[in-house]
Design a protein around this ligand. Structure first.
Ligand code: GDP
Ligand code: MG
Length: 461
């Protein structure tokens, strides 16, 4: 799981705990609502969300909680929906991004104070777009600190990125002119600039000069998440002085105040394009407010799911699976576990983004197909029972021999097609279990769900 969500873990958990309390209670009285709302407020404030916004959000929640017409699960969904919408509202309704057209050339200039993450971020962005088919380059214009250019050189080497630097040149404009011709051969050029301790006259003057000469398509402010709500002042100062197009919030992984930084940026109308979540070159992602919130609100559910899988499956079988062993014996145990958990569709409902609850995407897999799966688990258990111990240990041998398939089908009172379906499913589950024992990420689940859906369709014919 991406570590940047751990910073909002507390918020997500507090939210879910509160909502659960409200939805499970038979009598929701005012005292209880007060307590839950207070808990939510505390969590929001700890994430450094502006007090005024916290009050607005909690007023809406209180209203929904006090509404006696909505009960139980509906209430839970209603409140989650309110929270989702409110949080998206304060994070920025629309996703902001670079609008790159194929065949055109772009220059992106990164600004920011000392240590905000400019240099690291230029390499992350260059790598990000490189991987997506753009020919990218980095131009190092932090001429004030000698180490800055070496840092870029290193990052370039480590990650195979094209970097243009002139270690001796003291004038950034001259450096730019020197490389201009080469730079123009690239689709996107990311420009690293010098920082200061604060946005002083010198820095503003230098940025203005650079902007005039280079004419970047996007000027981005790089700001660290740990300054929390102070990001608002910083963004608006840079906005006024240098006319920035957007913000990149770094170090989301290392602070609990990221919520404040993100909401603060939205208040200045300086949209957050990217967030970075670690020191490695891949620790960057496009910032999509709606997905971001769904993940905060949904993450606990995903954890619950994993916990659930763990709690119903046999310890011994989990142990062997973890050690890389997965045979028909383990599969039977897993099928039993799934039966105990209820239908697979319930499990899918718990996966953020799939449940539809968050106003996100609806499940891509037809419900009937998933439902069928439940009935099949019983049949499959019979099939496994009809296998010899050797067949259970190495199911590959069944596939190769039609007589084995026929014998097993007969023993289980079913068809050869059904036995083949089980063998196919075995392979899918093997993949599933492998990822599960490592700890599932949301991406894994999505991938899995997709794969699962496709194979089911094939089998259903
Ligand atoms: P600059 O002075 O603005 O160029 O900042 P740097 O790019 O040199 O980054 C300053 C420090 O922050 C470096 O040690 C980076 O490794 C670190 N850093 C940058 N982005 C992140 C991030 O997203 N997460 C973490 N944990 N560290 C980061
Ligand atoms: Mg730097």
């Amino acid at each position: 799981m991406n570590s940047c969500y751990s910073m909002l873990d507390k918020l997500g958990n507090a939210i879910k705990k509160g909502i659960d309390r409200l939805s499970k209670a038979i009598f929701v009285d005012k005292k209880m609502i007060d307590e839950v709302v207070k808990e939510l407020q505390r969590a929001l404030i700890e994430s450094d969300v502006n007090i005024k916004l916290v009050k607005e959000i909690s007023d809406k929640i209180r209203k929904a909680a006090e509404n006696e017409k909505i009960k139980g699960i509906e209430k839970r969904e209603q409140i989650i929906k309110i929270l989702h919408d409110e949080l998206v509202e304060i994070l920025g309704k629309e996703k902001a991004e670079f609008k790159f057209k194929k065949g055109k050339k772009y220059k992106i200039m990164l600004l920011g104070l000392y240590g905000s993450g400019k240099t690291t971020t230029t390499s992350k962005l260059s790598n990000y777009y490189n991987k997506r088919g753009f020919k990218t380059a980095i131009l190092g214009l932090d001429v004030h600190r000698p180490a800055a250019r070496e840092q870029l050189e290193q990052l370039g080497k480590q990650n195979k990125l094209k970097v243009f630097i002139d270690k001796k040149e003291k004038d950034p404009i001259k450096t730019y002119k020197k490389f201009k011709k080469d730079l123009d051969k690239h689709d996107v050029v990311f420009i690293d600039t010098a920082g200061r301790h604060n946005l002083d006259k010198e820095l503003v003057a230098e940025i203005k000069k650079l902007k005039k000469e280079i004419k970047p398509d996007y000027v981005m402010l790089v700001t660290p998440a740990d300054i929390g709500q102070a990001a608002k002042n910083q963004a608006s100062e840079f906005q006024k002085a240098c006319n920035i197009d957007g913000v990149i919030v770094t170090r989301m992984d290392s602070t609990a105040r990221g919520g404040g930084a993100l909401t603060a940026c939205n208040e200045t109308k300086a949209n957050v394009f990217f967030i970075t979540t670690g020191e490695k070159v891949n620790d960057i992602e496009e910032f999509n407010p709606s997905n971001f919130v769904s993940r905060i609100l949904g993450m606990g559910d995903l954890e619950t799911l994993i916990e659930k899988v763990r709690s119903v499956a046999d310890e011994k079988s989990i142990k062997s699976i973890k050690e890389g062993k997965f045979t028909m014996n383990e599969m039977k145990d897993q099928l039993g576990a799934m039966g105990k958990m209820g239908s697979f569709s319930k499990i899918l409902d718990m996966i953020p983004g799939l449940g539809g609850l968050m106003g996100g995407k609806k499940p891509k897999i037809p419900k009937e197909m998933i439902e069928q799966q439940g009935a099949k688990t019983k049949k499959w258990a019979h099939i496994i029972d009809s296998m010899t111990p050797t067949e259970r240990e190495s199911p590959e041998i069944i596939e190769k021999q039609n007589t084995r398939i026929q014998r097993i089908a007969k023993g289980a009172g079913t068809t050869a097609t059904e036995v083949r379906a089980l063998l196919k499913q075995f392979k899918i589950m093997k993949d599933f279990i492998k990822t599960q024992s490592k700890g599932l990420t949301e991406k894994d689940m999505m991938k899995l769900a997709k794969k699962y859906g496709k194979k089911m369709k094939f089998k259903g014919r």
